[in-house]
Design a protein around this ligand. Structure first.
Ligand code: ZN
Length: 232
């Protein structure tokens, strides 16, 4: 599971997925819309998990402190303490190179820091023997080394949270549609999946997609709730 934003638990079930099948919970960053559902997921699933998250900075705690604040001895959800067993891995978001986060059989998950304002944030790439998928996470697209990280992926899940004419805070944290398109083209991505769509205006979304498509000519799917992909 990559990220655990609000609503994730119920939607996971509605998509006919099973929480019991989760081995790895890979958090990109600790903004609530990416992490706030974690207690409900763990409460329902129980068991052992490998959990990865970012290094601390500013108002953002370490992943250990984040978990302790909920599941530790004084934590708000300490009722879960004897129900879950977490093995925690911290991805140094300031490191120059990607790191291996998790490996099981011939599945390899790697992570790397991505520029999301002052928020420590991880982008993930998952390589199976015959197919690969990467998650940009929230980021502004300003680090060219991320293109190397996602080079040649079959599927790239992008977070479309900024319009082309955004300014200030939004633009500092989130890549514009043209930037996503240029990134996907430069990395020779097979299929872009647009997620984390911040606008509720169909017209504004279409404008952003038009700009994205003018910078990227490959396959593109606009994600919707409960959408499933067979990776092949
Ligand atoms: Zn964010």
């Amino acid at each position: 599971m990559v990220d655990a934003g609000s609503g994730t638990k119920d939607q996971f079930h509605r998509a006919n997925a099973n929480l019991d099948t989760i081995d790895l919970i890979a958090l990109s960053h600790l903004h609530p819309d990416h992490s706030a559902e974690l207690p409900a997921i763990l409460w329902t699933a129980g068991g052992s998990f490998y959990l990865s998250g970012p290094t601390p900075a500013g108002v953002f705690p370490s992943i250990e402190n984040f978990l302790d604040s909920m599941f530790g001895p004084g934590g708000a959800f300490r009722i879960l303490a004897d129900r879950i067993d977490l093995e925690v891995f911290t991805v140094d978001t300031a490191a120059a190179n990607p790191v291996d986060v998790w490996r099981e059989g011939n599945i390899l998950v790697r992570g790397t820091g991505v520029p999301h304002g002052d928020v420590p944030t991880i982008g993930y790439r998952i390589d199976f023997p015959d197919v690969s998928i990467a998650f940009t996470s929230d980021q502004n697209g300003s680090n060219p080394s991320f293109i190397d990280f996602i080079q040649g992926v079959d599927y790239l899940v992008i977070h479309l949270a900024s319009s082309e004419d955004a300014t200030g805070f939004i633009a500092e944290l989130h890549a514009k549609p043209s930037v996503w398109g240029q990134m996907a083209t430069a990395a020779d991505v097979g299929h872009v999946i647009v997620s984390h769509i911040s606008t509720s205006s169909p017209q504004a979304l279409e404008e952003s997609l038009t700009i994205l498509r003018s910078n990227y000519s490959g396959a593109l799917t606009v994600g919707e709730d409960l959408m499933c992909f067979e990776l092949n």
